[in-house]
Design a protein around this ligand. Structure first.
Ligand SMILES: [Zn+2]
Length: 299
């Protein structure tokens, strides 16, 4: 799991979708006010045009990958648009159905309807592979009480992590780290949220996933070596300054891309790069220096 930087798209199809989603959300809220069950329009939240252009596109923000396990979602698998907060019904981590509570916190015996008011909220929708989505289903463990009405979720303390959330504590790096030698994930500082993600998405039980994370160590080391080799070329007379600068910029840009989440299993890359002292800010600063040098050659 890695932090995903999302910018709301500016396209007309997106704006139309948001308007339709707002309308449908209001309908759901109105039905609950009237004492009816909210109907969820499945076709709307995973509208084809939005799915293709946003949720499962090869580029930013999700790079064609599962939000939770970071595996590429292949075209032949059925990519799913997952609700972080479940749209209908909630269970805790032990698969116990959550009931509504009255104002004194007493169980009413009536099942919680789920976060129907977030069923069409793009900040609650995440692309996910079938392997992660299945065990998650309507599971949504929290510390304390579940939100029961619109906006109450602001005060909720989820035990899962939403990597597109802008909340400081939703940065997966604060909760999860990867051992570069074994590919095994561990909670950072005994983080309960990290431990819950590992358990619920079976991040250490899936052999292939652990193997893929293990391979990242070699790939990262190669990237760093290539950068140092490129930097050596500035003093090497067999290379022109232009060639050397171009290569250095390419290496910096690749590493910056890793920090932005362009590679599968970013969490594994970051555990290694952080250990080596790299930060995105430092890389960007260095990259700009060589971009300036290169443009000076053109002047
Ligand atoms: Zn997954």
């Amino acid at each position: 799991m890695r932090k995903i930087f999302v910018q709301e798209p500016d396209s007309d199809i997106w704006k139309k979708w948001i308007r339709d989603c707002q309308e449908e959300t209001q309908k759901a809220i109105d039905s609950v006010t009237k004492g009816e069950n909210p109907k969820i329009n499945e076709k709307l939240y995973k509208r084809d045009s939005i799915k293709k252009s946003y949720f499962v596109t090869k580029g930013a923000p999700f790079y064609g990958r599962c939000t939770y396990c970071e595996s590429p979602i292949k075209d032949n698998q059925y990519p799913q648009v997952e609700h972080f907060r479940p749209k209908a019904g909630i269970m805790d981590e032990n698969r116990k159905v959550i009931n509504l509570k009255d104002e004194n916190g007493i169980d009413t015996g009536e099942p919680h309807p789920g976060y129907y008011w977030l069923a069409y909220d793009w900040r609650n929708l995440l692309p996910s592979c079938a392997i992660c989505n299945q065990p998650k289903s309507t599971l949504f463990p929290v510390v304390g009480r579940h939100a029961q009405a619109p906006n109450e979720e602001i005060n909720e303390k989820p035990l899962l992590i939403n990597p597109i959330s802008e909340l400081e504590d939703d940065n997966p790096e604060l909760h999860l780290s990867v051992d570069p030698h074994t590919g095994i994930m561990s909670p950072v500082n005994d983080s309960l949220r990290g431990a819950m993600c590992i358990k619920l998405f079976r991040l250490n039980e899936r052999e292939q996933l652990v193997d893929e994370r293990k391979k990242i160590r070699r790939i990262t080391n190669t990237m760093v070596t290539e950068l140092y080799e490129a930097l050596q070329k500035t003093g090497d007379p067999t290379y022109s300054e232009r060639q050397a600068y171009q290569e250095i910029i390419k290496c910096y840009e690749e590493l910056i891309g890793v920090f932005k989440g362009s590679q599968p299993y970013t969490a594994a890359y970051l555990s290694i790069l952080r250990q080596k002292g790299f930060t995105i800010e430092w890389l960007q600063k260095k990259c700009e220096i060589f971009q300036d040098l290169l443009s000076n050659l053109d002047d």
